[in-house]
Design a protein around this ligand. Structure first.
Ligand code: SF4
Ligand code: SF4
Length: 188
């Protein structure tokens, strides 16, 4: 029996994602290697391979409400594992941008606060600085006592540095943030 492949509408999400990410999504053959390596796959309703499949099926704006967009930690494991060289993490980024642009974003819990704290410290110190980020997050969330029991072990194992990195290129980072702000203001 002949199979009819429906051509994506020009204003479809898949076109917008391909344009924003520069990724050719058509080569995905659903091997699910992206999902098997994704640290949040078991916590979300649609793991990365399913997002890819739904994009192929010309999903509508409901795709922008997927919880993985705000659970994804941008570790890029999916991109590294994809045998077709698809940058799945870039697809997630593109979907996040679209979700914000279309007002469809459903950022769960304190995810927006965490994102702001992270970006602010990168902007200020040129690289992520854990102590400042934790302080900003705790002040914002008012959950001062949460997870503090892990702090001594993390310090002992050098998972957290008390001082910001001296090797960070703060000038370049500031320039990147400035450019991103200008692009945002220009609506690009
Ligand atoms: S690893 Fe690549 S080819 Fe396999 S399902 Fe994921 S995106 Fe598709
Ligand atoms: S970048 Fe996001 S989607 Fe990809 S493996 Fe990491 S958490 Fe999962």
């Amino acid at each position: 029996m002949a199979v009819t492949v429906k051509k994506a509408k020009t204003d479809s999400i898949i076109n917008a994602v391909q344009e924003a990410s520069g990724v050719d999504l058509s080569v995905c053959f659903q091997c699910k290697k992206c999902t098997s390596g994704c640290p949040v796959a078991k916590l979300v309703k649609s793991p990365p391979s399913e997002i890819m499949r739904r994009l192929h099926l010309d999903a509508g704006d409901e795709l922008l409400e997927s919880d993985i967009l705000w659970m994804c930690v941008s570790c890029e494991t999916c991109s590294a594992r994809c045998p077709m060289g698809i940058d799945v993490a870039a697809v997630m980024d593109a979907l996040r941008h679209l979700a914000i642009k279309k007002g469809a974003s459903k950022q769960e819990g304190n995810v927006p606060l965490f994102n702001r704290a992270f970006l602010k410290t990168v902007q200020m110190f040129g690289r992520t600085y854990d102590i400042a980020m934790i302080a900003a997050y705790k002040i914002g969330s008012l959950k001062f006592a949460n997870d503090t029991e892990k702090f001594p072990t993390m310090l002992k194992k050098k998972k957290i540095a008390l001082l910001p990195s001296l090797g960070a290129d703060r000038k370049t980072t500031k320039r990147i943030f400035k450019k991103a702000k200008q692009k945002k203001e220009a609506g690009k």
